[in-house]
Design a protein around this ligand. Sequence first.
Ligand SMILES: Cc1cc2nc3c(=O)[nH]c(=O)nc-3n(C[C@H](O)[C@H](O)[C@H](O)COP(=O)(O)O)c2cc1C
Length: 207
Amino acid sequence: MQRGGVVAGQVIEATGRRIEAQSLGVDCVSIDGFECAGHPGEDDVGGLILFPAAADRLSIPIIASGGIADARGLIAALALGCDGVNMGTRFMATVESPIHENAKKQIVANDERSTNLIFRAMHNTARVAKNAVSDEVVAIDRRGNATFADVKDLVAGAGGAIVLDRGEMDAGIWSAGQSQAWFTTFRHAPNSSPASCVMRKRSSKAG
Ligand SMILES: Cc1cc2nc3c(=O)[nH]c(=O)nc-3n(C[C@H](O)[C@H](O)[C@H](O)COP(=O)(O)O)c2cc1C
């Protein structure tokens, strides 16, 4: 791919893998803190630790990912030695986001506790929004002997699509991160916050 001019990146969730990433010759890494939506890895290390730890060890560009929702997070990531940021949860609650309005409103209503970690027992942890389905998956996971077969119907992508397309919020699992807690940046989002305004947010006191 690189010979064809394609920039090749690797997603990592721990600095132990950075040597592998860099030595494999990737052009950049995206490093996911524990706060992120999606797969934060199995080591439960937050971005405040991971971002500078990666910056200290890597010479290739680093994209900070997870728990970043506006210019404050971008500035923090740059201050910690990263070169850019990757944001998922925040952009779901913007005017341009094609997801159902109910999902945008749910993100705005949620806080930092409104996520669940699923697939822990399977060592394939994923952070998703807290709802009836993800609560049930966690309960099964906590039995200790769960396999993917025990939860596969609950976590099927079709259920998540119904959440995001039709706004039936308990129809399945859907990815969301702890940055839902950034209330002052999210609260106007469904109606009045286009993506272009997201990164102008620098101070919670500015409203
Ligand atoms: C709705 C949604 C779907 C996602 N799907 C994927 C995916 O398919 N593969 C992946 O590697 N990461 C996926 N992610 C994770 C994002 O790429 C990104 O790493 C993450 O959202 C960053 O954390 P943040 O949500 O706190 O900004 C998804 C995130 C969201 C919010």
